[in-house]
Design a protein. Structure first.
Length: 442
């Protein structure tokens, strides 16, 4: 898996990602302490609102940012967005009012909504070999998991010698170093695309996404992931403190178990994906998540919860890691920024639903009932995914182009009249062809 780091361009981008993630992790800790400093006992409300603002920014602005990703030089766009994030972070230590937190968080996440999908869409162009790209996806998953483990420990160590506002300086340094690493490489230029109106460009990624059956299945799997992940992120601290009467070290240990399970799956996935389709581990991972929610009420000890969270983390990574391969296969190269932005937006729309749901259900009905209700939601989403993306879904489909002239290059390549080839939604194939036969794996 590490052999992919021999590619200099990818290596620099991966280092940029890791540095930025660590900086973001430090900012997360510092933001919680800043909210407590300003709002006191209402800090939870402030953080909850900030989280909702983050999701709203992701859902609404990612498709808009994608309209620029296929027009602007990739490197200049990514560096500019990193500098915007750095500028916002440097202002956070000087905040004195709650509304200022909200404004700065929106600006920070608006930049992230443009940066992350563009960054993700660039990787498959740098690593066109599918095996290399699969290794890159696993490394990316490991980077996210390590960040969730290392950043809180680093923040705790730093807080023994500095005050919390200085943590924002660490985030600033992270974004600036990330921008510097991106400057050192040459990134692929945006592919030439047909001129389109602003509405067409803004909605293109979502229209391609919703017209592709396997991506509709992915959307349902996003709901499985968010229903389970919201339970972990929102209610772990409540489980540890109320069910077991334990403290913050146990919270950290339990969350570390979730990250450890995710890392274990990321390490084995490159070999698995060399032998099977993307769908198999994703569906198995989603099933693990559903089972984990059903078993949640039975986790009556700390050790049982740690084991359960490791199990759930394993399923979480199995479901999420192959997503990039699926997206890359489902769009033409020039449409990849749009399709990655659509995934970014739609997946965070699921989180926008499940984050408050996990908190409200826990407060109203208790944690045992919350496990079961979110498990039911996850199970329904998994059933939906199985129906939308069946195991024998066919993508090499016979179809016609009655609107094209006989000498059109597409018909010259693939034959006039009825012909067949793997379908990707684009200008020539705006709808998925209908078929009564589903006999081929995608």
């Amino acid at each position: 898996m590490l052999s992919v780091l021999a590619n200099r361009t990818y290596r620099h981008l991966f280092i940029a990602q890791v540095i930025a993630l660590v900086g973001t992790g430090l900012a997360t800790v510092a933001l919680g302490l800043l909210a407590w400093h300003i709002a006191g006992e209402n800090a939870g409300i402030v953080l909850g609102t900030a989280l909702a603002i983050k999701m709203i920014a992701y859902v609404s602005l990612a498709p808009i940012a994608a309209t620029f990703a296929d027009r602007l030089p990739r490197r200049a766009m990514l560096v500019t967005l990193e500098l915007i994030r750095a500028s916002v972070v440097i202002a956070l230590p000087f905040v004195t009012e709650v509304w200022q937190i909200y404004v700065l968080i929106f600006l920070l996440q608006a930049a992230s909504a443009g940066f992350t999908p563009t960054f993700q869409a660039t990787i498959p162009e740098i690593l066109p070999d599918e095996a290399d790209y699969t290794s890159a996806l696993s490394l990316s998953r490991l980077a996210y998991d390590l960040e969730s483990l290392i950043s809180p420990m680093l923040a705790a160590a730093l807080l023994t010698i500095i005050s919390f506002p200085v943590l924002f300086v660490g985030t600033l340094v992270g974004f600036l170093c990330s921008a510097l690493m991106i400057v050192t490489v040459i990134l692929p230029a945006p592919r030439p695309t047909q001129k389109r109106g602003i509405w067409d460009r803004t909605t293109r990624g979502i229209r391609i996404y919703l017209a592709t059956p396997r991506l509709l299945g992915l959307l349902a799997l996003n709901m499985v992931v968010s229903a389970t992940g919201a339970m972990v992120i929102v209610n772990t601290v409540v489980l540890i403190k109320t069910r077991f009467g334990l403290g913050e070290p146990e919270v950290a240990l339990t969350l570390a178990a979730f990250g450890g399970g995710s890392m274990a799956a990321a390490l084995i996935l490159p070999r698995l994906l060399n032998r099977m389709s993307d769908r198999t581990p994703m569906i198995v991972g989603a099933l693990i998540l559903v089972v984990g929610m059903v078993l949640g009420p039975l986790a009556g000890t700390l050790n049982a919860l740690i084991a359960l969270w490791f199990f759930v983390g394993f399923g979480y990574s199995l479901t999420l890691t192959p997503t990039g391969r699926l997206l890359s296969r489902s769009a033409q190269p020039e449409d990849r920024p749009a399709i990655f932005a659509a995934q970014f937006s739609l997946s965070h729309a699921c989180w926008l639903v499940t984050y408050p749901l996990a908190g409200q259900l826990g407060a109203a009905f208790g944690l045992e009932t919350t496990f079961l209700l979110l498990g039911i939601l996850a199970a329904l989403a998994l059933i939906t995914a199985l129906r939308l993306w069946p195991a024998r879904l066919q993508d090499d489909l016979p179809h016609r182009h009655p609107d094209l002239p006989a000498d059109h290059p597409h018909l010259t390549l693939d034959g006039s009249g009825e012909h067949h080839h793997p379908i990707i939604i684009d200008d020539l194939h705006q709808h998925w062809p209908r078929t009564n036969s589903q006999t081929q794996h995608t």
